[in-house]
Ligand binder design. Structure first.
Ligand SMILES: Nc1ncnc2c1ncn2[C@@H]1O[C@H](COP(=O)(O)OP(=O)(O)O)[C@@H](O)[C@H]1O
Ligand SMILES: [Mg+2]
Length: 345
């Protein structure tokens, strides 16, 4: 795992300079044939007057999976999950959550789905403990209150008012509320938006803990690093339509961007030591740095080959294709285009 570019230790390629293919529509619906899917969405369509928010969206989520829905603001992510949990009635399409129709079986669904909604606002004048008690009382078979409170580090905050909580603690509380009913399915919409980097990483750990309990998770995000780190599979959503569904690695591979390893060798070596390797496409020099492009387990192979020749690679950086590259490749636009626009205005 040393060489995975998760967690910010390695430099990430920015996605710039990737040839843009506008309008590319890759794979079809990501059905999971033969497995007992926890969630199935087939040809979902939802409009708000003239706006087509979600257009012919299909996907299915296997039990125990973390399924990401990734896309820029306005892509239709929240609308999709609101339909999945029965908060909105689709114009067309079929949705099943653990066999239930969210619109018809709302009460049964409520018992098995935990939701952390983007817009959820809790009463500022209630204490944390009171909010937890209240939500706990909604469910017939809730999780242990103490266990949830302790595992989310909220025990010492029970007497604090909601309004006095930091952003990170508010998120912890919303995760607690999503889990307090002991759900089989959790829907988490933009959990880490607005959090500082440390709180984001803490939240990621929480989500991994939830997955380890066997809960099936739909994770909505517009952060590609979050999707890369947490999701088993990701649906890229753009302007209401699914562009592709695959594993984060599979999506990055489709972007077709070469991996690039950059390092300073401890002593000179012959280029052909590396250029002869099947993973290596090119070897270039830039001052004291060596830059190797290629594919596969490029960095591992370079390190091992050099080591065998008595050369140590220092100051190593790995760039590889990521979900942002994939998104740009498939839509011709950046995930955060609107935000970049705002910054420059
Ligand atoms: N209640 C609403 N009324 C009218 N338009 C809406 C409403 N909610 C969302 N939209 C529009 O639907 C589209 C998708 O929105 P949304 O599902 O919130 O996207 P996302 O969560 O990906 O940012 C956007 O164009 C948005 O402006
Ligand atoms: Mg949203």
């Amino acid at each position: 795992m040393l060489l995975r570019n998760k967690g910010g230790a390695m430099s990430l390629s920015s996605g710039h300079g990737v040839p843009a293919v506008t309008g590319g529509r890759a794979a079809g619906p990501g059905s999971v044939p033969g497995t007992g899917a926890a969630i199935e969405v087939v040809h979902l369509r939802k409009t708000y007057r003239a706006t087509v928010a979600v257009d012919d969206v299909s996907f299915s989520v296997a039990e125990g999976e973390i399924f990401g829905i990734l896309g820029p603001n306005g892509a239709g992510k929240t609308t999709t999950v609101e339909c999945v949990i029965g908060l909105r009635n689709p114009d067309a399409g079929v949705i099943r959550v653990m066999g239930l129709d969210p619109h018809v079986d709302r009460e049964d669904l409520h018992a098995i789905v935990g939701v952390q909604l983007q817009a959820s606002v809790l009463p500022a004048r209630l204490k944390v403990g009171e909010i937890l008690d209240l939500f706990h009382s909604f469910y017939q078979h809730p999780a242990g209150l103490e266990e949830i409170t302790d595992s989310l580090g909220l025990a010492e905050k029970k007497n604090g008012y909601y309004r006095s909580l930091s952003g990170g603690l508010k998120q912890r509380l919303s995760v607690a509320l999503a889990l307090i009913g002991n759900p089989k399915v959790a829907v988490l919409d933009e959990m880490t938006t607005g959090l500082d980097p440390q709180a984001r990483r803490d939240t990621w750990q929480l989500i991994e803990g939830v997955r380890d309990r066997g809960v099936t998770i739909i994770l909505v995000t517009h952060y590609m690093d979050e999707a890369e780190r947490l999701c088993d599979r990701v649906a890229l959503l753009d302007r209401g339509r699914i562009v592709a569904i695959d594993t984060p690695e599979g999506l990055a591979d489709r972007a077709g961007v070469a991996k690039r390893v950059r390092f300073v060798p401890s002593k000179p070596f012959e280029d052909r030591l590396l250029s002869g390797l099947s993973e290596v496409r090119s070897v270039e020099h830039e001052g004291e740095h060596v830059i190797v492009t290629g594919s596969g387990e490029l960095a591992n192979v370079v390190i091992l080959t050099l080591a065998a020749a008595g050369v140590t690679a220092t100051d190593m950086h790995l760039d590889s294709a990521n979900l942002e590259d994939a998104f740009v490749q498939m839509t011709g636009r950046h995930l955060h285009e609107d935000e970049i626009g705002r910054v420059h205005r």
